[in-house]
Design a protein around this ligand. Structure first.
Ligand SMILES: C[C@H](O)[C@H](O)[C@@H](O)C(=O)CO
Ligand SMILES: [Mn+2]
Length: 418
């Protein structure tokens, strides 16, 4: 039997198996098709960007590895993203950082950036049926240091306030152009390598800077603020901690970004979804994989990703949670990294959507906790993978491991020649 026929047949069997426990697989596939993933541009080039200021590195993050073939310019990055689009089903978004502007070879400092530096991105994204999201960039600049928006030096603080205000204006233009809100994330690395005796001061400065940044209301962009446990070389204190942004987000009704690498390793990010949804309007996610620490490894179909997806589906919050990715592995084929991470995220959401939730909730309401636990356990082994294969087939993309060959071919034809 040919692979396609096998996929079709397995799907029909899986559908019946799921129907028996009250799950409508066709409806599930329709929902999965609509889930947009905001693909982070920075996996393609190890967070280098196209500024002509000379990237200084630092700023709390670091890509490790030197696998050949990284994107060296805008054309190469766009070509790589176009390749990624052929390896995943559904329509997605592209998440740009400010340092990826089309600066035309000129030196444009971060307090000078304008929407015009992103015009070509907007046009290209429209052609490729992608929506754009955006990020201000605090790292890798002579004025980055250890403190940006929380710097006691007013001139440094004002520089970064101006940068972030400009990024919001760019996001507004993107949102207007694409007729869909552009989600703009603010993550600043501000912190301290060793013990500080000024925790309160820095946090009050950050609050004041954010208030200035958010003073202007926009209609076509949405703000989100991302916390972190610690950054590289800033291990003892992070100004923008989770408590800080949670408080700020709840008070000012801003979205909080949950990066799966930014918490203690045993802390459940999945558990945060329902609490945040009660106190903040929406949520931004950075789906990532922390190996022992915030290592930004490629997302896999592991318990953390599955639990997160299930919690979002259980809260009926697919329209309130924006799913972005955040990993940068420079040690393997970068297009392959994207394909694994996006496909694994989609698989996790598929598993969430296929959960026999009505039956599970019935058991719970009746106090039938053995039955609830048994069904949760049995559901893990249901033929979700047959449904996944069918999703790929329907989307005309590689089924199962077939995408490995496609990436090898792209490497042979394109990235190995860089
Ligand atoms: C490059 C991104 O802005 C960055 O990864 C940020 O989102 C982060 O998670 C920093 O650790
Ligand atoms: Mn992140």
């Amino acid at each position: 039997m040919k692979k396609n026929e096998l996929v079709q047949k397995s799907y029909e069997i899986a559908k019946e198996r799921y129907a028996a426990i009250g799950v409508d697989v066709d409806a599930t596939l329709e929902k999965l098709q609509k889930i947009q993933i905001s693909i982070h541009c920075w996996q393609a080039d190890d967070v280098t960007g196209f500024e002509n200021l000379g990237n200084l590195g630092g700023g709390g993050i670091q890509a490790t590895g030197n696998y050949p073939g990284k994107a060296r310019n805008i054309d190469e990055l766009r070509a790589d993203i176009e390749k990624v689009q052929t390896l995943v089903g559904g329509k997605h978004r592209l998440n740009l950082h400010e340092i990826y502007g089309d600066f035309g070879g000129k030196v444009v400092d971060r307090d000078e950036v304008e929407p015009s530096h992103f015009t070509s991105w907007m046009q290209w994204a429209k052609e490729k049926d992608l929506k754009l999201d955006f990020n201000s960039t605090s790292f890798g600049h002579p004025k980055s240091g250890d403190l940006t928006l929380a710097n006691p030096d007013k001139s440094i603080r004002d520089f970064w306030i101006e940068h972030t205000k400009r990024c919001r204006a760019i996001s507004e233009e993107m949102g207007k152009f694409q007729n869909d809100p552009c989600i703009m994330n603010i993550w600043v690395h501000d912190g301290s390598k060793d013990i500080t005796v000024n925790r309160y001061l820095y946090r009050s400065l950050l609050e004041n800077s954010l208030d200035q940044i958010f003073a202007k209301e926009y209609k076509n962009m949405k703000d989100c603020i991302e916390s972190k446990l610690f950054g590289i070389a800033l291990e003892s204190y992070t100004v923008g901690s989770h408590d800080f942004y949670l408080g700020y987000g709840a008070k000012k009704q801003k979205m909080v970004t949950l990066d799966m690498g930014h918490f203690h390793l045993t802390e459940s990010v999945a558990d945060k979804i329902s609490s945040l949804l009660i106190f903040t309007p929406e949520i931004m996610l950075h789906v990532s994989r922390a190996v022992r620490w915030d290592s930004d490894h490629v997302v896999l179909l592991n318990d953390e990703t599955i639990d997160l997806a299930k919690e979002i589906v259980r809260a009926d919050a697919l329209d309130k949670v924006h799913i972005g990715l955040d990993f940068f592995d420079a040690s393997i084929n970068r297009i392959g990294a994207y394909a694994i991470g996006i496909r694994s995220t989609q698989k996790a959401f598929l598993q969430g959507l296929l959960e026999p939730i009505a039956k599970l909730r019935e058991y719970e309401a009746n106090g039938q906790y053995f039955e609830r636990l048994a069904l949760l356990e049995e559901a893990k082994g249901l033929p979700w993978n047959a449904v996944w294969d069918y999703f790929c087939l329907k989307n005309n993309i590689a089924v199962g491991e077939d995408y490995i060959g496609e990436i090898q071919q792209y490497e042979k034809d394109v990235t190995s020649k860089r």
